[in-house]
Design a protein. Structure first.
Length: 322
């Protein structure tokens, strides 16, 4: 697979001028305040029958997300470990959900707790009850409710992710001062959003999606950004600027500006789904001084695969988050 974007020496300095909407902070302050005002209990039930894991304790969690609606998650901890443990709150890639506990054993094997957050409407356990209304391309989630920031799908999903971080304080054996947010692709974009909207100890966005929407829609040859291009192709010029105005409230570049936690990004220079320039746009706008980019020169959207986990574990250990 060839290089899909600019050469590395240009990417390193790629920092496009992208003003945030004037009411960006007010929009998200109001959105999160409304979600928190809905209240709701965090519930955790031990999983003992279906997943016979001898070294890991698993809880089936429900926490209040958007509109107070219950969001599913798995909580995995090393069996018998003494808390409070550092916890990795993990967000999932596009069209995926929390899956099974057996899909998520790395972090507990390394001594961390892990909260694996279901993606509303994408996984099997958290419905997107507000999916109706507004225009949408026939498939996917990228254009669901794109007529306004109030209705857009990612308003609900990002709220769920912030509320997942909130839920850590109510779950047993977890250290609220050592919350790490992490995820790849869509999960990487949600990681940046959570880091920009709430306090965390570190962020691990891997080949992040949901960054620099306009450029991505213009140059991507594969993946979900094509949903935007297809929608705008069929709806002609009159919806182009309104669509990107909506998307500006959900762009990882704007969340990155507001994030201050140490962050370890990764990028694949042959990634046709999340173009490297979109990843660098968020990275180069990131507000925290401690930011690192792991570059995988010949990688596609898989990034560093298993090697990236080793890099993340070493990076966290260097910062005392172990």
């Amino acid at each position: 697979m060839p290089l899909t974007d600019a050469p590395l020496d240009e990417l390193i300095d790629y920092r496009p001028e992208m003003p945030s909407p004037q009411d960006f902070d007010d929009f998200w302050d109001r959105t999160l305040a409304e979600a928190r005002a809905r209240g709701g209990a965090v519930k955790a039930e031990p999983v003992t029958e279906r997943h016979l894991l001898r070294t890991v304790e698993v809880d089936d969690v429900r926490f209040p997300g958007w509109n107070g609606e219950p969001v599913a998650a798995w909580l995995l901890r090393p069996r018998g470990a003494e808390g409070p443990l550092p916890v990795v709150v993990t967000f999932i890639g596009y069209s995926g959900g929390r899956g099974l506990p057996t899909d998520h054993l790395l972090w507990s094997a390394a001594g961390y707790a892990q909260l694996v957050v279901d993606s509303r409407g994408q996984g099997h356990d958290t419905p997107d009850r507000d999916a109706g209304g507004g225009p949408q391309w026939a498939k996917g989630f990228m254009t669901r409710g794109i007529d306004s920031p109030e209705n857009y799908y990612y308003r609900r999903l990002i709220t769920d992710c912030v509320r997942a971080v909130d839920a850590v304080a109510e779950l047993p054996g977890l250290d609220r001062d050592r919350v790490i947010v992490a995820g790849g692709s869509q999960g990487g974009g949600l990681t940046i959003a959570a880091a920009g909207l709430t306090r965390v100890a570190a962020a691990l966005p891997d080949v992040p999606f949901l960054c620099h929407f306009r450029r991505a829609a213009e140059i991507c040859g594969e993946g979900p950004y094509q949903e935007l291009a297809e929608y705008l192709r069929w709806h002609s010029r009159h919806r182009v600027e309104p669509a990107f105005a909506t998307l500006s409230y959900f762009d990882g570049v704007h969340f990155a500006r507001r994030a201050t936690a140490p962050a370890l990004f990764s990028v694949g220079l042959m990634d046709p789904i999340c173009p490297p320039s979109t990843v660098y746009a968020a990275f180069n706008h990131y507000g925290g001084e401690d930011r690192t980019m792991t570059v995988w020169p010949f990688a596609d959207h898989g990034g560093g695969h298993g090697s990236n986990a080793v890099t993340q574990l070493e990076w966290l250990r260097e910062r005392g988050l172990r």
